[in-house]
Design a protein around this ligand. Structure first.
Ligand SMILES: [Zn+2]
Ligand SMILES: [Zn+2]
Length: 262
């Protein structure tokens, strides 16, 4: 895995050029280097703690009024896991040590959905190199352009039977071995992970890469969701400032509002 990742080193960029890219922004590069790993640690800790608590709850004592917000909260944290992995793919979770950076990426994609980080890294590189074209693994198949048609095509490209088998085995292990209630696993583990994939796809791919009526107007063949920084964060950790992400792919998610142009 390491050698394949090294082959994609151009995607992760060099520290010198990264420094140049950061230079116009308000924080020094040294602080940016450690901010990424600290933010990733907060997201990972929140996700793990929240999941642990939710899986141990006795559902029969909970009102629906609390279950629904809990599902949405866990969905939001799942999206955060993926956003952290995505930043790792761009080498900005821990820019000073890309080995640790990619290790964090590999851990987060496994926790997110038993994905192979190397495969995701290659596909994401293709997405940035050939956005919204036939070579882009995130783009629709030119037939199914509707939200769900595109979503299923997108998910098919990222899923395989080994992953599904892994999920089935893990479910049995957690329910049978650790005696976690199946309903908790479904409500707080499976449903939030599926909902977050819909969330990420809708705000970060469908809205941002679908072809406008007048056709694409920039080389990245993308647009941004015009939301305030607050709603941009709530909806998808600023992944919706997508034109800016393609223009400045080595900025971490939390710096995108600074370069967002209305
Ligand atoms: Zn994109
Ligand atoms: Zn990207």
């Amino acid at each position: 895995m390491t050698s394949e990742i090294t082959d994609l080193s151009a995607f992760s960029n060099t520290s010198k050029s990264r420094e140049t890219r950061f230079s116009g922004l308000s924080i020094p590069i040294n602080l940016a280097n450690f901010s990424g790993i600290m933010i990733a640690a907060v997201i990972l800790s929140l996700w793990a703690t929240s999941l642990g608590i939710l899986l141990s709850l006795d559902i029969s004592n909970l009102q629906l009024l609390w279950i629904i917000p809990a599902i949405f909260w866990q969905t939001f944290l799942y999206a955060g896991l993926f956003i952290t992995a995505h930043d790792a793919m761009h080498g900005v979770v821990f820019p000073t040590n890309l080995r640790i950076n990619h290790l964090i990426g590999a851990i987060t994609v496994i926790l997110y959905g038993l994905f192979s980080y190397t495969k995701l890294l290659k596909k994401h590189w293709l997405h940035h190199r050939y956005p919204a074209t036939e070579f882009d693994p995130d783009y629709h198949d030119r037939v199914h352009k509707s939200f769900f048609g595109w979503y299923f095509h997108f998910m098919k490209g990222y899923s395989n039977w080994k992953q599904l088998l892994g999920f089935a085995l893990l479910f049995c292990l957690l329910a049978g071995g650790l005696h976690i209630a199946k309903i908790n696993l479904i409500l707080f583990w499976i449903i939030p992970s599926i909902l977050s994939s819909l969330q990420l796809f809708y705000f970060g791919t469908f809205l941002t890469h679908r072809e406008p009526k007048e056709g694409y107007t920039n080389e990245h063949r993308t647009t941004s969701n015009h939301l305030s920084p607050f709603w941009s964060f709530i909806t998808c950790y600023h992944f919706g400032y997508h034109k800016e992400h393609h223009e400045y792919p080595h900025l971490p998610w939390w710096k995108l509002p600074e370069v967002y142009q209305k």
